[in-house]
Design a protein around this ligand. Structure first.
Ligand SMILES: [Zn+2]
Length: 215
């Protein structure tokens, strides 16, 4: 069983790479935000509770978000594990996830924020198959994988970008530091070309998993 978390600043490539990692390693791809939205849409017990928060513009409390995660990873039939994109994003969520076994944390590290801004403002995502691509590559906005209409995420704009970077530095970096103390962070230089980032992920992840098997 492989249980992973992927973390990184907005625009660091989490969506793209998680999609590929999940396919290659046969992992269930758990996108936290999508899972929350699906529960609300399907009016499940958790969904109804969360709707009471989101409908008035409040954040859903961490323990409820983590309950959603638990229900997502409960059924792993046909998978060799899971990769969670993106949680825990703050120490409170990390605490709420203390019952989760996390084997490794893939950290897509980017320090050049101008690069992140450019990536985000150019980004398109497929609502159907999660493929992430760019306006420059697909100006016609058709998903190259499944043919659905590509969308810009509603929060991919300058103002939200600044807020998300500040949040990441203030809330998520401390989580990564905690995992570093546990010795389970797989640090990736995500400032490289996409294919080189992915090659580094596979290389380091394979070594990490080999080490884990030895123990
Ligand atoms: Zn698609």
């Amino acid at each position: 069983m492989i249980r992973l978390v992927i973390l990184g600043a907005p625009g660091s490539g989490k969506g793209t790479h998680t999609y590929k990692i999940a396919k290659q390693y046969n992992l269930k791809h758990v996108v936290v935000g999508d899972a929350v939205k699906a529960e609300i849409r399907n009016k499940t017990k958790l969904g109804k509770i969360m709707y009471e928060y989101t409908s008035v513009g409040k954040f859903v409390p961490s323990d409820i978000v983590i309950d959603v995660l638990k229900s997502q990873v409960k059924d792993l039939e046909g998978f060799d594990g899971y990769i969670i994109d993106t949680a825990p994003i703050n120490l409170e969520q990390k605490e709420a996830m203390k019952d989760f076994i996390i084997d490794g944390v893939i950290w897509l590290k980017v320090e050049n924020y101008d690069m992140l801004r450019e990536r985000i403002l150019n980004r398109l995502i497929c609502p159907k198959c999660r493929r992430v691509t760019t306006k420059s590559k697909h100006p016609e906005k058709i998903c190259p994988c499944c043919g659905a209409t590509l969308e810009q995420r509603y929060d991919d704009n300058e103002e939200t970008f600044q807020k998300r970077i500040a949040q990441y530095e203030e809330k998520t970096l401390p989580v990564i530091r905690e995992y570093q103390k546990q010795g389970i962070v797989i640090e990736i230089n995500a400032e490289q070309e996409k294919k080189d980032v992915y090659a580094e992920i596979c290389d380091k992840l394979n070594k990490f998993l080999e080490e884990k098997l030895k123990v």
